[in-house]
Design a protein around this ligand. Sequence first.
Ligand SMILES: [Zn+2]
Length: 95
Amino acid sequence: MTTKAMKPLKNPNAQVRVDLKDAETIKCNSCNNYLFITSFILKRLSALVSPNGQEALIPVQVYSCGNCGEVAEGFLEGSGLEEKVKENSLSRLDL
Ligand SMILES: [Zn+2]
C-alpha cells in the first residue's frame, strides 16, 4: 500500500460551508424539546487513584434538555454514567 501525501488544499483558510438545513436537529428523547442547556456531571476522583495523590473534581460537560433535564443521547459516553442513567433505578451510585 502506498501512502501518498494528500494534495494540499487550495485555500486552507476557507471555512467549510455547511447548510444547517441538512443537519439533523437533536431533540430530547423524552419531551421532543430541541433546546438544550450545558450542564456538568461532576466526577470526584479519590485521592487513591488520582495521579497527584489529591482528591480531584472532574467536570464532564453534557447537554441536557432545557425542559425536562434529560441528557441528550450520546453525551454520557465516557462519563461512566451511561448504564446507570438508562437503568434509572434507585440512586445507588457506587462512586
Ligand atoms: Zn426533555
